[in-house]
Design a protein around this ligand. Structure first.
Ligand code: ZN
Length: 125
């Protein structure tokens, strides 16, 4: 039983779904786009017909995005502060746009990865 859950086939399916979702593609076929807009999920895949509307990522994508962006920005901010001790205005000039850019870059990809993982594990609704 454990081999079925953690064996190569389920792991490779999960990684495939995660990777396709991170690329903002349908987790099943990997060819059609997963999103209609920035974060709105297509109700049905245009290529394979997978019902994408039944996957609910809810709060997971923002949670993971904040977690990842925070773990990138905060150490970099402290490192810059320790090494150069720049003025606060320079910190703001560097870290506010960097934080926003990383957030807007990662949020749809992480939402896609969450949906791809849900697809691979059969989590719906
Ligand atoms: Zn598809």
């Amino acid at each position: 039983m454990a081999r079925e859950i953690y064996g190569g086939s389920q792991l490779s399916r999960t990684l495939r779904g995660l990777g396709r979702g991170f690329s903002r593609c349908c987790p099943q076929c990997g060819e059609a786009t997963l999103f209609r807009g920035f974060l709105k999920v297509e109700p049905v895949c245009r290529k394979c017909g997978l019902n994408l509307g039944e996957f609910r990522a809810d709060d997971a994508p923002p949670y993971f995005t904040v977690l990842i962006v925070g773990h990138i920005i905060i150490p970099a901010l402290f490192l810059l502060e320790r090494l150069q001790h720049p003025p606060v205005w320079l910190h703001m000039l560097i870290w506010v746009p960097t934080t926003l850019a990383l957030t807007f870059l990662l949020l749809p990809r992480i939402k896609g990865a969450v949906i791809g993982t849900q697809w691979s594990l059969g989590i719906r609704g």
